[in-house]
Design a protein around this ligand. Structure first.
Ligand SMILES: [Fe+2]
Length: 198
């Protein structure tokens, strides 16, 4: 599979971002997630493909751009849709399924068909679960940075607390990944980006 380069992915973000502010917020988050995932992978005995992990990290939130209105305001109420929207963006761009999936399966620690039903989520009823090791790593790394205003780095205890709100099984799944990959050192990102750690 042809994995797009960092420059090609940056150009895709620039093409789909509705405003420079949206680009800055989403693309910076994706770069941080890519760097966190890369470090976790390097420190693990995982056989995941580093190029695929990086491209998947850089692309995973590209669907967020479709949630901005003409005035540049993000539709928070439908934020959960950004995964399926991202998958649509990448499919339209002709990217392979293996890359499109990073968009649709990174939210939380995965969304089940039952979650869609019981929480009445505004997405088609299906399982949106990270399956490959690359998908799991991107999903896990994503939990350590938030695009909230202002953007924040998120410690493992805070990430676990956030996931617990969606059910104990979500927190447990996160802790399984934490046991496997460890907690990333977020201090270099604090220094480089000036984002607080919560
Ligand atoms: Fe993300």
């Amino acid at each position: 599979m042809q994995v797009p380069s960092d420059d090609e992915i940056r150009a895709l973000h620039a093409k789909h971002a509705p405003t420079p502010e949206a680009f800055d917020r989403v693309y910076t988050h994706c770069v941080i997630v890519a760097d966190i995932a890369g470090r976790l992978l390097a420190d693990s005995n995982s056989a995941a493909d580093p190029a695929l992990v990086r491209a998947g990290s850089l692309l995973h939130d590209i669907g967020v751009y479709r949630l901005y209105n003409a005035a540049g305001t993000l539709d928070h109420a439908h934020y959960i849709r950004h995964g399926v929207l991202g998958r649509e963006v990448l499919t339209e761009e002709g990217l392979p399924e293996a890359l499109c999936r990073f968009c649709s399966c990174h939210t939380g620690v995965g969304i089940t068909r039952e979650d869609v039903r019981t929480q009445d989520l505004p997405i088609p009823e299906a399982d949106y679960l990270a399956e490959s090791e690359e998908e799991q790593l991107v999903m896990f790394a994503d939990k350590f940075h938030s695009k909230s205003e202002p953007s924040r780095l998120v410690s493992a205890p805070t990430a676990a607390d956030r996931l617990r709100r969606f059910g104990e099984e979500k927190e447990l799944l996160f802790k399984t990944l934490l046991d496997r990959y460890g907690e990333p050192d977020l201090r270099p990102f604090q220094e480089r980006y000036g984002h607080v750690l919560v």
